[in-house]
Design a protein around this ligand. Structure first.
Ligand code: SF4
Length: 175
């Protein structure tokens, strides 16, 4: 993407983010975050035509079963794929899709991982607040975002299906 286009895009992201922050006090916040995510994902699809380099999938720690004793934030291979949460199935994508998968406890760890591994494209799963700020912070790195599901409320036993991530990765694989 040309420098000028990137600069224009950065300005649009800044405006979106500003509106999002201001709207955080109001009910409309959810609608704005959904709209921003839709816009961002559309742009990411325009920018990343196909997978030609390292791809990273970022997952929030809250997808792991709350009672699980295995520490997967440092080494994901510690997961025993017991089926008590969605992590085991998502981790299978490491082999089938050839992607890097990192489970993070927050934005700082996510940023550190991206800085160290330097992917050219990211699929990130998180709640509205973390995802919107993460996408904004990571720009110009293309980050395709997916909101996790929260049937138990925020930050505990949240959900994301492996198929949903796989579907997105396949879309990029197919160009
Ligand atoms: S699938 Fe993995 S992370 Fe989830 S509860 Fe089982 S061992 Fe823990």
């Amino acid at each position: 993407m040309k420098r000028l286009n990137l600069l224009l895009l950065k300005i649009i992201y800044m405006l979106f983010y500003f509106v999002y922050i201001v709207s955080s006090r109001f009910e409309k916040n959810k609608k704005i975050s959904k709209f921003f995510l839709k816009f961002n994902n559309y742009i990411v699809k325009k920018r990343v035509k196909e997978r030609v380099g390292k791809v990273c999938v970022l997952l929030p720690h809250c997808i792991q079963n709350y009672n699980c004793i295995y520490k997967i934030t440092s080494v994901t291979d510690n997961c025993r794929s017991c089926g008590e949460c969605g992590i085991g199935d998502i981790l299978k994508l490491k082999k089938t899709q050839g992607v890097d998968i990192k489970v993070v406890t927050g934005g700082t760890l996510a940023r550190k991982h991206l800085k160290e591994t330097k992917p050219y494209f990211v699929v990130a799963v998180a709640c509205e607040r973390d995802l919107i700020s993460g996408i904004y912070d990571a720009f110009p790195l293309p980050v395709y975002g997916l909101f996790n599901k929260r049937p138990n409320g925020p930050c505990i036993n949240t959900e994301m299906e492996a198929e949903e991530i796989e579907h997105i990765l396949n879309e990029f694989r197919n160009g």
